[in-house]
Design a protein around this ligand. Structure first.
Ligand SMILES: [Cu+2]
Length: 145
């Protein structure tokens, strides 16, 4: 009986430890990046933080809760829809940071620090898979001065 309890408790601890991954709980010593939860759905992007401080490292935890694959591009400013005809490669080069191909249910992380040159700018989080930006997969954010 005692042994059985031990098993239950250790299983529970393991689950807790697993749940703690990807959240800000646990040890957070000074200087640890600020976690930003980004949720992508069909077809919307939400972020737990939308105003960023230059020089601060952000740990983006991006989860695809949709039923189709998505990506996350952090663009220096709103580039509008791809209908303008900009080739995909140029978009990739222009992106400050990006997570490509996030499958349904998948979570990927990305660390990014906005440089001081980005102060007072208005970047945009976007998914540029065909039709997704047009469907609403864009989120305007701002970088404080
Ligand atoms: Cu998408």
């Amino acid at each position: 009986m005692k042994q059985r309890w031990f098993l239950v408790v250790s299983t529970f601890s393991l689950l807790l430890a697993l749940a703690a991954c990807g959240t800000t709980t646990g040890n957070t010593p000074a200087g640890t990046p600020t976690t930003v939860q980004v949720t992508e759905t069909d077809f919307k992007i939400d972020a737990s933080v939308t105003t960023f401080t230059p020089g601060t490292t952000y740990h983006f935890v991006v989860t695809n809760k949709g039923k189709t694959a998505h990506e996350l591009m952090i663009m220096p400013k709103s580039e509008g829809s791809m209908m303008g005809g900009m080739p995909m490669g140029d978009m990739d080069k222009m992106a400050l940071a990006s997570i490509e191909n996030l499958n349904p249910g998948e979570t990927k992380t990305l660390d990014y620090t906005f440089p001081s040159s980005a102060a007072s700018s208005h970047p945009e989080f976007a998914c540029y898979l065909p039709g997704h930006y047009e469907a609403g997969m864009k989120l305007g954010v701002s970088v404080s001065s």
